[in-house]
Design a protein. Structure first.
Length: 175
């Protein structure tokens, strides 16, 4: 009986992945729901379903799924990715404090330029410009082309932060 459950669980996971590839997102969610009903304690299924909810811009559901995935996950790299995705979901919901908390936890596992940029952006949205500028420069130190790759983020920053970045970049390149 247990072997049959395992087979069915993995069958639903594979069907969910295939449906995602073919952009049948509702079908993928349905398959992941079936897998969760079989083994609700396995965290990867919540992560997969969270990714689909993220794609569908169902950010509140994505946050719930990522939170469940974190509970059952002991792997640092996996936890870093889940925190990053949950942080982005919070960011899209303008829940900047939660986004900052997730990006901060994720950065403790791996220093990624995009995480510093997103955390800096979140700080800027909270009018914490000093912290925003620090993080944005950390992202630039890791990846000097980060702002060119994320023009929308740069343009959405408050003018004060944009000006400060440009002034600091001029100083940076003078030295």
């Amino acid at each position: 009986m247990k072997k049959e459950l395992e087979i069915n669980y993995w069958l639903h996971i594979r069907k969910g992945r295939a449906k995602k590839v073919f952009e049948d997102y509702e079908g993928a969610i349905d398959e992941y729901n079936k897998a969760i009903n079989i083994f609700p304690h396995i965290s990867n299924t919540f992560f997969y379903r969270g990714n689909i909810n993220f794609i569908l811009k169902n950010y509140n559901f994505a946050i719930q799924d990522y939170s469940e995935a974190i509970k059952g996950n002991n792997l640092l790299l996996s936890k870093q990715i889940i925190l990053e995705k949950r942080g982005m979901s919070y960011l899209f919901l303008s829940k900047y404090e939660n986004a900052i908390a997730d990006f901060t936890q994720s950065l403790k596992i791996e220093n990624k330029s995009i995480l510093f940029l997103m955390r800096g952006y979140s700080y800027a949205k909270r009018y914490e410009y000093d912290l925003a500028i620090k993080d944005i420069f950390k992202s630039i130190n890791i990846d000097p082309d980060i702002l060119n790759k994320n023009k929308k983020i740069e343009k959405d920053l408050p003018l004060l932060v944009q000006a400060s970045i440009k002034i600091n970049l001029l100083k940076y390149f003078k030295n």
